[in-house]
Design a protein around this ligand. Structure first.
Ligand SMILES: N=c1c2ncn([C@@H]3O[C@H](COP(=O)(O)OP(=O)(O)OP(=O)(O)O)[C@@H](O)[C@H]3O)c2ncn1[C@@H]1O[C@H](COP(=O)(O)O)[C@@H](O)[C@H]1O
Length: 107
């Protein structure tokens, strides 16, 4: 089985968002608008944070999946391409996080 990527999930979300399938959660959530999508992302992020603090690795695995899915939905609704986010992450590999922070503090 080839590795399932965020880009694969992003393509599924795009397809389901445009479907007329009443059983699509993606379609239903997007239909509620960006505020609801963002609220769900926030909720899932908090649930993931709680699972991490509770050192519940199985729970965190599931909540992390929820966060990534809901983040992709928010990006879709906000018209931000996943590719652009990945390019930004690639750009950041050019320096450490602390070097980046120090460069901002100098500005
Ligand atoms: N990865 C996911 C995924 N992760 C979580 N969820 C759904 O997110 C929902 C979260 O439920 P909650 O009760 O937390 O939230 P809620 O139903 O909005 O209820 P409230 O918070 O409003 O009370 C559940 O229905 C989960 O199934 C997902 N729904 C879909 N996907 C992927 O997207 C594909 C397409 O899904 P559909 O659009 O549903 O066909 C699926 O095949 C999966 O690959």
């Amino acid at each position: 089985m080839t590795k399932f990527t965020l880009a694969d999930l992003d393509a599924i979300i795009a397809k389901r968002a445009d479907s007329n399938d009443e059983m699509s959660y993606t379609r239903k959530l997007i239909g509620k608008g960006v505020a609801k999508c963002a609220q769900k992302l926030g909720e899932e992020a908090v649930e993931a944070a709680i699972a991490a603090v509770q050192q519940d690795r199985d729970e965190l695995t599931g909540e992390a999946a929820d966060v990534l899915y809901h983040l992709l939905v928010v990006l879709k609704v906000a018209d931000v391409a996943l590719e652009d986010v990945m390019e930004e992450l690639a750009r950041r590999t050019g320096q450490t996080g602390l070097e980046e922070k120090a460069s901002r503090l100098q500005d």
